[in-house]
Ligand binder design. Sequence first.
Ligand code: SF4
Length: 328
Amino acid sequence: MTDSNALLELRGVKVHFPIRGGLMNRTVASVKAVDGVDLKIMRGETLGLVGESGCGKSTLGRAILQLIKPTAGSVFFEGEDLMTMSDEEVRKRRANMQMIFQDPFSSLDPRFTVGRVIGEPLENYEYGSPKEVDERVRYLLRTVGMSPNVLNRYAHEFSGGQRQRIGVARALALNPKFIVADEPTSALDVSIQAQVLNLMGELQKEFNLTYLFVAHNLSAIKHVSTRVAVMYLGHIAELGKAEDIYGNPQHPYTIALLSASPFPDPQMEQTRKRIILTGDVPSPVNPPSGCPFHPRCWKAQAICREVYPTLEKKSSGAQEVACHFPGA
Ligand code: SF4
């Protein structure tokens, strides 16, 4: 049984990439990019997924959409497990699950006109006659705040913000229920970032969208997230309502990430105490035993090196945390 309030439910999802070597080109090791993630994404929410580069967050986003086939686990979309479906069945469901990419400069084919970029998914899914496709593309352009007159122009003729609007229009073409937005504003000027975020917020209300919003720092997703999941080395370290994560962080990694995020309030910024994490991010080929954060954690004790902490609620906070000694 899955939770009927959840649009997506992940159980034990792993994505391991094999490393081949030797004369026989056999698998000699694997990169454990995602290593056992349980997660629900509730209907109509924005779940912010945050972590340093290489923590597995983008891989997890792609694994949910089955753009990368998970090595193990279940991915339930509206109660149906995508992992047990044929490629054709997954393709049909994917009309409801789309992606907005990080870099609007490389994600839009420079050989295609704007009309073709946005119309391509409609044609792939046999939306209707050429006239109906044309009308839908014009409607989508208006929806993202652009003039339908740009139909015959090429994506490279536009600014970064406009290109990302074109990317959003393409993602909306098939009227999806769920969108993975993979750092959708990080390649844009700061002045344009707020416009794209506002647009995404308006579209969410208008079309009842559910978002997974992937970002590498907590400040980028503060104002858009209903809930936040903090990811470290292929695992969820902390998961809860945005106000609990920002107001009362429990996992030492979240506390360190927050201490590194600049605050817009100058008074808070003055009192911010930055925690500098020592040591490198361990290799996902050979992750540490027990808690994966223990080689960098200032609170680590013997149990941390031996026992993996379960993601669960503790008395010190309302959110779930994977830590033996949570809290400040
Ligand atoms: Fe630190 Fe131990 Fe908590 Fe891991 S389990 S974050 S090592 S205190």
